[in-house]
Design a protein around this ligand. Structure first.
Ligand SMILES: N[C@@H](CCC(=O)N[C@@H](CS)C(=O)NCC(=O)O)C(=O)O
Length: 218
């Protein structure tokens, strides 16, 4: 199979697909676009004008969860639980991770202090709910790294940077979430799922957005 991932360097959804590709040791090409000025060829093939796209022998897949499952299903082994009920529950939490990523957008960009504080509270609430359901370690399903881990890793990478760069604290007092975050951030596939200069680009984006988070960076 000839695989080409269409990416934007800061996109957390693309990162999920990259983690799945790396976990499954699949070779692929990656094409970066600038979402501020998306090329015409991209708009022609992306139904919602969003990344990631995965081109498979010329056919186009969109939506990170769909792409990650496709990568998983077409390669040896599985990054999903065998049990259908567990698998369905994992898929629910993958959607939950997506809803948390929407809050990250506000944390990155909002210049309204009330809106920003509300986003911090919402993120903390979401992570507290997660703390209540985590039953296993080191990963969500125990010893085996799964697609649900790949879905949360980009969120934790950004929360970690927001905390380090702009003192946005959302995980404190949540030991299971913190332990899971630390495991994920140490994993090779996660570390290699972004470009080397990712922290610098992320920092630059926060500054450029001129929001509350950006204004806290020296
Ligand atoms: N539900 C989509 C979300 C993808 C998404 O929101 N991608 C963002 C970049 S991180 C995007 O392409 N935004 C461009 C736009 O909305 O115009 C997925 O999981 O793949």
């Amino acid at each position: 199979m000839d695989l080409e991932l269409v990416s934007f360097k800061l996109c957390p959804y693309v990162q999920r697909a990259v983690i799945a590709l790396k976990e499954k040791q699949v070779s692929y090409d990656i094409t970066y676009i600038d979402l501020a000025e998306p090329p015409e060829w991209f708009l022609q093939i992306s139904p919602l004008g969003k990344v990631p796209l995965l081109k498979v022998d010329g056919e186009v897949l969109f939506e990170s969860a769909v792409i990650s499952e496709f990568i998983d299903e077409t390669t040896e082994g599985s990054l999903h639980p065998e049990d259908a009920l567990q698998r369905a529950k994992n898929r629910g939490w993958i959607e939950y991770a997506s809803s948390c990523l929407e809050v990250i957008f506000t944390l990155n960009t909002s210049s309204d202090h009330d809106e920003f504080d509300e986003a911090v509270a919402t993120m903390t609430e979401r992570l507290t709910k997660l703390e209540e359901v985590i039953e296993s370690s080191p990963y969500f399903n125990g010893e085996q790294f799964s697609l649900v881990d790949a879905a949360f890793a980009p969120l934790f990478m950004r929360l970690d940077l927001l905390e380090k760069l702009a003192s946005v604290t959302t995980c404190s007092g949540l030991p299971k979430v913190c332990a899971w975050r630390d495991q994920l951030l140490q994993r090779e596939s996660v570390q290699n799922s972004v470009v080397e200069e990712f922290p610098t680009i992320y920092r630059g984006m926060l500054k450029m957005k001129g929001g509350v988070a950006g204004s806290r960076i020296e």
